[in-house]
Design a protein around this ligand. Structure first.
Ligand code: A3P
Length: 317
């Protein structure tokens, strides 16, 4: 196994020198790997993941682009699947961060972590597009969360600016905007990310549930019931009447989740290199905060880019 691991690392060291480079938001460079922009350590993990990660057909993945509501959906999915294991008055998520609920496969240590100890169905999160995941994962279920690109841009720019290496000049909003419209940001282009999951969801609707951040905000009871049914854990009539769906929605609303002591202090580790203060995962939690940052011209440009890219897909911005 060691020899195999060393060989993969060697191949990676060579391959990375051959890939197109672009500007990173957190680190200096991103590399275009099979159509998507990744930083070097995420790229290496992707290659190791493709070799060592062994999916099971019962696995359920939360797939999302960065800043589309991953933290929130982790809390919703975990608490829905495990609703018989915790009471709402003293819930696991009162004391632990949503990040800790299930592994983010993009930043795990392979082959050390094998996840064989996790209960079924295993839950995982990823920001990788399906084209960067092992082909056998098509037998698993995916919940894909998508969000207005303008809010994603602002949320991502603010978040990654805080994590940006101090050796680099700050990334201005104008620069981030330009890069985003050209598809260049961690895990981007955003439109290709959305489109790849969207197209797969049309082919396999029972395997991929396409959800939007906005719908979950506007009609959480409807969306959470859909999510539960998709995961094979639909709420019973009795649970609905008892207000279980309302309780989960209320517990993990932005106000509640962001107000919990556990989410206001401490850091979360992603892999060996990245540490993020937990409170950075909770900023405003609103639809349309982009209005406080983008001019009318910028709005038209970004909407135009996405309309053009999504044209004919059946997916409306
Ligand atoms: P904003 O920066 O627009 O506030 P991710 O978890 O994928 O990194 O996404 C982070 C975004 O989700 C941030 O958006 C954050 O505030 C928002 N968020 C976090 N918890 C939320 C919740 N419970 N409800 C709604 N939005 C939430």
């Amino acid at each position: 196994e060691d020899a195999e691991h060393n060989k993969i690392c060697q191949d990676y060291n060579h391959m990375i020198t051959t890939l197109p480079k672009g500007n990173g938001w957190r680190v200096q460079h991103l590399y275009n790997y099979n159509g998507f922009w990744l930083d070097s350590s995420t790229l290496k993990t992707n290659i190791l993941l493709n070799t060592y990660f062994k999916p099971q057909p019962s696995d359920i993945f939360l797939a999302s682009f960065m800043k589309t509501g991953t933290t929130w959906f982790k809390a919703l999915m975990f608490s829905t699947i495990n609703r018989h294991n915790y009471t709402f008055s003293n819930h696991y998520l009162h004391h632990q961060s949503p990040q800790s609920t299930f592994p983010m496969i993009d930043s795990e240590d392979y082959p050390v972590n094998d996840f064989t100890h996790l209960p079924t169905p295993r839950l995982f999160a990823t920001h990788f597009s399906p084209t960067l995941l092992p082909p056998c994962m098509t037998s698993c279920k995916f919940v894909y969360v998508c969000r207005d690109p303008k809010d994603v841009l602002i949320s991502k720019w603010i978040y990654l600016s805080k994590l940006r290496s101090k050796d680099l000049a700050p990334l201005s909003l104008d620069e981030a905007f330009e890069l985003f419209c050209n598809g260049i940001s961690e895990y981007g282009p955003y439109w290709d990310h959305v489109l790849s999951y969207w197209k797969d969801s049309l082919v396999c609707p029972d395997k991929i549930l396409f959800v939007t951040y906005e719908d979950m905000k506007k009609q959480p009871l409807v969306e959470l019931r859909k999510l539960a049914t998709f995961m094979g854990k639909g709420f019973t009539l009795e649970e609905v009447e008892r207000g279980v769906v309302e309780e989960i929605v209320r517990l993990f609303s932005f106000e509640n989740l962001s107000g919990l002591e556990v989410n206001r202090r401490g850091v979360e580790k992603f892999g060996k290199l990245v540490e993020v203060e937990r409170r950075e995962f909770f900023r405003k939690g609103e639809i349309g905060d982009w209005r406080n940052y983008l001019s009318e011209e910028m709005k038209d440009r970004i909407d135009g880019v996405f309309d053009e890219k999504l044209k004919g897909s059946g997916l409306v911005r």
